[in-house]
Write a protein that binds this ligand. Structure first.
Ligand SMILES: Cc1cc2nc3c(=O)[nH]c(=O)nc-3n(C[C@H](O)[C@H](O)[C@H](O)COP(=O)(O)OP(=O)(O)OC[C@H]3O[C@@H](n4cnc5c(N)ncnc54)[C@H](O)[C@@H]3O)c2cc1C
Length: 405
């Protein structure tokens, strides 16, 4: 039976990152991915904030060949985000201009680059290989793999569940049960072309309202001239219609004439901060751990950060001759909690507030933001600042926002 220090399940941003940092720390690493191609299909709107992205990858010349002050490599960069536009149910618009706030990625290429980097550092990568079962035996994990129709069992000292929102690792190791319907946003998205007249380059559009995306939002993120990743995400059972039906309505009303090049469905966790992401010989990272900003649904930057932190903890434990017990892996959970718990809780509350707004109230909120933007009152962009401006210009919403104050 093969034995590995680390077995990483899933080659998304979290898995590719853990595998790279763990292999770089001198551990033997196997990274398995059930799909036949890393990074495809893309279940993601592909936008990242610049600050968190640069913090994780800015020092790597493969990703930032001209250094962290410049934009990332064109090979995985679909567009730069220089402004955002909020569109209210009644058609009011607020335009927020902030050059280089973030990027829209080509995740097909980006995820592949992360896995390739892990391979270059020394990890073994196997696609079309899924985990189908596991058990704890003699202080290690015995994991059943199925690849190309044949099964095998491998041993690992530390198992990393980077298997996304559908994580079986979380369930099989007892770290978490299945998500409740209300803890997930169900999404439908398309890659669309022929949109030259309806998009400004470098502008990300957010559409709000019960008709478009009840208790969620719809997005149109640019991917080069006339192309965009357009989608809808709505919480649990907030609508009688499916996410796809809402998306069709959005395309018809706001992006008529779009040619659809790709269609995908997916889910994103929208939960309070994760409680247990570490057990004996096991750590969860990325979506598997619920490390997703519950307000925006963004998880890429957190997945990169969590992947690095989990790998550092595993390397420290294993290279210092300690057993990877729950106690010896706790550093990862502690660090994550210190860095993100408060922020995560705050974003979950803001999300609750926005979800509670009626269409009329969303119109008022977007008008308030437009007024604040016109008066140049927004300053440095942040969710907290936006919210303060909304409440200043639309004090009628204060009662609903009382839990945030
Ligand atoms: C529609 C949508 C839009 C989104 N938009 C954004 C956005 O704009 N910006 C942002 O930051 N985030 C966004 N997100 C969230 C983001 O996609 C995730 O947070 C991010 O991909 C998490 O990375 P991950 O590595 O944890 O998981 P994933 O990227 O989901 O990777 C998990 C991998 O594990 C593999 N896997 C699963 N089970 C097994 C198994 N048993 N064996 C082997 N392999 C397995 C899967 O095939 C997959 O490749 C969006 C999500 C959705 C669904």
């Amino acid at each position: 039976m093969e034995s590995w220090d680390i077995l990483v399940v899933g080659a998304g941003p979290a898995g590719g990152t853990v595998a790279h940092h763990a292999a770089g720390g001198g551990l033997s690493v196997l990274l398995v991915e059930k799909r036949q191609q890393v990074g495809f299909p893309v279940r993601c709107a592909e936008a990242v904030g610049r600050e968190g992205f640069v913090a994780e990858l800015g020092g790597d010349p493969a990703f930032f060949p001209d250094g962290p002050e410049e934009d990332p490599a064109p090979v995985f960069l679909a567009d730069r985000i220089d402004e955002g536009e909020l569109v209210s149910p009644g058609g009011r618009r607020a335009r927020l201009q902030r050059p280089r706030t973030g990027y829209v990625l080509e995740r097909k290429v980006f995820d592949l680059m992360l896995a390739e980097r892990a391979a270059r550092t020394g990890a073994e990568v196997r696609v079309k290989t899924r985990t189908v079962g596991l058990e704890r035996a003699d202080g290690a994990w015995r994991v059943e793999l199925c690849g190309e129709g044949r099964g095998e069992t491998v041993n690992c000292r530390v198992l990393i569940g980077a298997d996304g929102v559908e994580s079986k690792t979380a369930r099989w190791t007892g770290l978490r049960g299945p998500w409740k319907t209300d803890e997930l946003h169900s999404c439908a998205q398309v890659l669309a072309a022929g949109l030259d007249d309806s998009l400004r380059p470098g502008c990300v559009y957010f559409h709000l309202g019960a008709y478009i995306a009840p208790r969620g939002y719809a997005w149109a993120f640019p991917k080069g001239p006339g192309r965009a990743n357009i989608g809808v995400g709505l919480r649990g059972e907030s609508s009688d219609a499916t996410a796809l039906e809402h998306l069709e309505a959005l395309l018809e009303s706001h992006y008529p004439g779009a040619s659809i090049l790709e269609r995908v469905h997916g889910c994103v966790p929208s939960t309070p901060p994760p409680k247990r992401i570490v057990g004996d010989g096991v750590m969860l990272v990325g979506d598997a751990a619920g490390q997703v900003d519950p307000f925006s649904g963004a998880g890429i930057n957190w997945a990169l950060e969590a992947g690095r932190l989990a790998a550092q903890t595993a390397v420290t434990a294993l290279t210092s001759g300690r057993e990877p017990t729950l106690d010896n892996l706790q550093d990862y959970q502690r660090t994550w909690t210190q860095r993100h718990r408060r922020e995560h809780l705050k974003l979950a509350k803001v999300k609750g507030f926005v979800d509670s707004l009626t269409d009329d109230e969303l119109d008022s909120a977007v008008t308030a933001i437009a007024e604040a933007a016109a008066g140049d009152e927004l300053g440095e962009f942040s969710v907290g600042r936006l919210l303060r401006q909304v409440l200043r210009h639309a004090p009628g919403l204060l009662w609903k926002a009382r839990k945030l104050l």
